[in-house]
Design a protein around this ligand. Structure first.
Ligand SMILES: NC(=O)c1ccc[n+]([C@@H]2O[C@H](COP(=O)([O-])OP(=O)(O)OC[C@H]3O[C@@H](n4cnc5c(N)ncnc54)[C@H](O)[C@@H]3O)[C@@H](O)[C@H]2O)c1
Length: 252
């Protein structure tokens, strides 16, 4: 059974802790210690106030479900401490030198960095874009204005441009675009819409290439506790952890 350290005990972390099966969570860390304590009560793993103490535990994998800054601050130490890592706040990896550095740390220590599919699907076969000719990779995300922390009384195009520029203006809404860029190896054109008529977080991915066209539309139910997060993202981490040791690897 893999031993997991949970970095970030918010909405996603709590779902992972509630549904652990096929792995065991042994250590918890959150800058809001009360959050880690709440999850401790739920799943029996130990909450730590100090990150160093958390990392010193006997862990196989640290699952990050915290923030871009948590990845920036802790990922290097986690890999150098000989732990594999799951990164959900994948927006942290837009910084290429940082990404290359983490990759080198993982390689040096024989460790892996896993990027879950998160709030989208289809990242597995999107990797064909790394070897095929591709003319378009576009992501259209639509959310209720509340999820974006704004008010709007009709559908509004908030942003159109590159993922790199989007992250500066809407840092909490870029993980899916970055995951698509990493999987496909191509820059993504991003459209971000606010629509008061929807209660879903919808991602439409449109890809055109020499193999034909791909359209993926994922209409996510927001998590009740945090409307900015999709339940699918938590499920995707649970599925990744459950299948790590499966001798039959599907769609990888
Ligand atoms: N890749 C995807 O598709 C995808 C989907 C959903 C969420 N996410 C990302 O996953 C992360 C977690 O999402 P969530 O909905 O659980 O958020 P949340 O706000 O509900 O919980 C995050 C928790 O992490 C803690 N935290 C923040 N920074 C920290 C740090 N530096 N060290 C330790 N703890 C820290 C917070 O106190 C909070 O308890 C966010 O960064 C979110 O953007 C990615």
């Amino acid at each position: 059974m893999r031993r997991i350290g949970l970095l970030g005990c918010g909405n996603v972390g709590e779902i992972i802790a509630r549904k652990q099966e096929g792995f065991i969570i042994v250590a918890l860390y959150d800058t809001a210690y009360a959050r880690a304590q709440a999850v401790e009560e739920m799943c029996g793993a130990q909450a730590y106030e100090s990150f160093d103490e958390f990392l010193a535990q006997d862990l196989d994998i640290v699952v990050e479900a915290a923030s871009v800054s948590a990845v920036q601050t802790h990922a290097e130490a986690i890999l150098l401490a000989g732990k594999d890592m799951v990164i959900l706040s994948v927006g942290a990896l837009t910084d290429e030198p940082f990404r290359d550095h983490l990759k080198a740390c993982a390689e040096k220590n024989g460790k892996r960095i896993y990027i879950p599919s998160g709030a989208i699907t289809g990242l597995d076969n999107l990797k064909v874009c790394q070897i095929a000719e591709v003319s378009k990779v576009m992501l259209r995300t639509t959310k209720n204005p509340r999820s974006l922390g704004i008010e709007a009384d009709k559908p509004m195009l908030l942003f159109k441009g590159t993922a790199r520029d989007c992250i500066r203006r809407y840092p909490k809404n870029i993980n899916v675009a970055v995951a698509i860029e990493l999987a496909s190896g191509h820059e993504v054109e991003v459209e971000l819409w606010a629509d008061p008529g929807t209660d879903r977080n919808t991602h439409e991915l449109i890809v055109e290439g020499e193999f034909g066209d791909i359209t993926i539309r994922v209409s996510n139910r927001p998590s009740p506790e945090n409307p900015a997060t999709s339940y699918l993202a938590a499920l995707s981490i649970l599925t990744l952890l459950r299948n790590l040791d499966n001798p039959i690897q599907i769609g990888t």
